[in-house]
Design a protein around this ligand. Structure first.
Ligand code: ARG
Length: 584
């Protein structure tokens, strides 16, 4: 049970005894943490229905709880807020329980769902850009988080491999007489760029690309062979990119994999009586309500299926074959409306009854000019260049290789820190908001950054290592935690909020709840450590107790970084600091 649940339970019992509706017994973290740990505002909510003074109600409740030894203080403030502070003994006991638990007191989802996470979404033949970076980074974190919370998660990259861009590139290959099978990924991307520029200008070329797309989808053998080659080359490249980012998928399916099901979707629409023939195309109309909503085009007049159709067909496949109970999509918020349409059409088709469909739309990654991030020459910044940029930045603050830390070690460290910088920046703010890509800021070793958390962890590692070396203060499973000062108490309370943070992050599909929590925990540790000497502690018991909470904090910070998709190096190094710069 989480700490909130334990306290809630106590309040509910008191409410129940007094004949008060227990739904008002909920407690929450205090609005004034300097005065109390938790508060309950139930007396105020009860005042009206009971026709009583809220302070009188609060007094009755407090009378029932004031002998509880787990509370150090319980008081009524203002018009009837009940404020509680926990006793040191109760907090210490909780920390001992959390430290003994593999999941640090985080509840397992009591009714785990089969969740499909649809993220990444790169397109064949197009270079991956920062939008695909965000989708990958957010999706990977949610994937780890939902698994940790006990769900059955399957991730699918949902490759864009079946739309008009495929027709454009094949048409260009044909027109120019290019040997498709000799192209490498970079060349494929270049052919696509050229083809797309031509199609923008030239109606006939566009029309031709459409015809090629339709033929490809229809099974033209020659086109399918070229397509397969291009797809394989792209997939290999995409995998490499995501590997560099430590982002992983269970399935590498794409739009093309549901081609057969697209036809089925049309049949279903027909049988439901919602398929309309409109200007040569097959469509489903959506309810307009108070704003006009364009219909969903299932099949264009040339026979080709659309981005909507492949998404709807994919839902059917996921429900039927993968037994999906929830599907969550992660894309740029500019696709919000696309998913609104897809979900509405899915509902009309009745193909995913009682399946939760959720789209998480994120903000764009911008340059200093506030516009979507571009390269210096105005092109789209591709993912792999972006990782290189970050590595170059981090390398500036890393020392030269030494006897103790060779080149391999330093290179690996640079990589870990660079990825931490990129990912933490991406996950530190509310997902719906965009951010400015500013490497100078997020590769810093202080402030709310990934490298700062990595340092905080390395610092605790060093503390633990040193105490183990001297042997005097080693801890065992039997070491008990005791509270001797305010900073210890604050750190312990922070640790007790872990379950709440993880649950909120899962329920809101919001990894930033975790990054916030992680940063605050690292800061609480820093205050604790400044106020609570270990080597010179008052007694051996206190030293051990402090080591115990230091280790617990380290373990939780490592777990939090892992849930954000970030590695925690054992040792961190910094240019200019001594070679064994463990004491930062
Ligand atoms: N390929 C798409 C794009 O680059 C993203 C795919 C997102 N997933 C989905 N099921 N539609 O915009």
């Amino acid at each position: 049970m989480s700490i909130e649940e334990v306290i809630n339970f106590k309040f509910e019992k008191a409410f129940d005894k007094l004949g008060y509706d227990t739904k008002f017994a909920t407690v929450k973290g205090s609005d004034r943490p300097d005065l109390s740990d938790f508060q309950c505002n139930g007396a105020l909510a009860l005042a009206k229905p009971l026709g009583k003074n809220p302070r009188e109600i609060a007094t009755n409740i407090v009378e029932n709880l004031k002998f509880d030894e787990d509370f150090e203080k319980i008081s009524i403030d203002g018009p009837g807020f009940i404020n509680v502070s926990l006793s040191s003994g109760f907090i210490a006991q909780n920390i001992n329980t959390i430290a003994a638990d593999k999941k640090f007191g985080v509840n397992n989802n009591p009714s785990p769902l089969n969740v499909i996470l649809d993220f990444g979404g790169p397109n064949v033949a197009k270079a991956m850009h920062v939008g695909h970076l965000r989708s990958g980074v957010i999706g990977e974190s949610v994937q780890r988080l939902m698994r940790f919370a006990g769900n059955n998660v399957t991730s699918d990259v949902h490759l864009g491999d079946w739309g008009t861009p495929m027709g454009m590139i094949i048409a260009e290959i044909e027109n120019e007489g290019i040997d498709a099978f000799a192209l490498n990924v970079q060349e494929i991307t270049n052919v696509y760029k050229k083809a797309s520029a031509i199609c923008k200008e030239d109606d006939k070329a566009r029309e031709n690309a459409r015809i090629v797309t339709a033929k490809l989808q229809d099974g033209d053998e020659k086109y399918r062979k070229i397509w397969q080659y291009i797809r394989d080359a792209s997939v290999a490249d995409v995998k490499e990119n995501y590997e560099r980012l430590d982002v992983h998928f269970d399935l590498f399916l794409g739009e093309s994999d549901v081609h057969e099901i697209c036809a089925e979707i049309l049949e279903i629409a027909k049988s439901k009586g919602i398929l309309e023939h409109d200007d040569g195309a097959y469509i489903i109309r959506l309810d307009e309500g108070n704003k006009p909503k364009p219909p969903v085009i299932l099949q264009k007049s040339d026979g080709g299926y659309t981005y909507h159709t492949t998404d709807i067909a994919t839902i059917l496949m996921r429900v039927r074959d993968l037994k999906a109970q929830e599907i969550i999509y992660f894309t740029d918020a500019r696709q919000n409306f696309h998913f609104e349409q897809v979900f509405e059409a899915t509902e009309k088709l009745g193909i995913a009854p009682s399946v939760k469909l959720k789209h998480v739309g994120f903000g764009t990654v911008n340059g200093a000019d506030g516009k979507p991030f571009k390269t210096r020459d105005g092109g789209v910044m591709n993912l792999s260049d972006l990782i290189d940029l970050s590595k170059d930045k981090v390398a500036e603050s890393m020392p030269e290789p030494s006897e103790e830390y060779n080149k391999g070690y330093i290179d690996n460290l640079i990589n870990q820190v660079a990825i931490a910088a990129i990912k933490f920046q991406d996950l530190k703010n509310n997902i719906a908001s965009g951010y400015v890509f500013e490497l100078d800021d997020f590769a810093k070793f202080e402030g709310k950054t990934g490298p700062y958390i990595q340092y905080a962890i390395a610092r605790i590692n060093s503390i633990l290592r040193k105490s183990a070396e001297t042997g005097s203060n080693s801890i065992s499973d039997n070491t008990t935690f005791v509270i001797t000062n305010k900073e210890e108490r604050d750190l312990a309370l922070k640790i007790m909020q872990l379950n709440n943070a993880v649950n909120r992050a899962v329920n809101e599909t919001e990894p930033s709840v975790l990054s916030d929590y992680t940063y605050n925990l690292a800061q609480s540790f820093s205050s604790f450590y400044n106020a609570s000497p270990i080597k010179d502690a008052e007694s051996a018991e206190i030293a051990q107790s402090r080591l115990k909470i230091a280790k617990l904090t380290r373990d939780i910070l490592v777990l939090m970084l892992d849930l954000l998709g970030i590695e925690a190096p054992e040792v961190m190094l910094k240019r200019g600091a001594p070679a064994t710069a463990n004491d930062i």
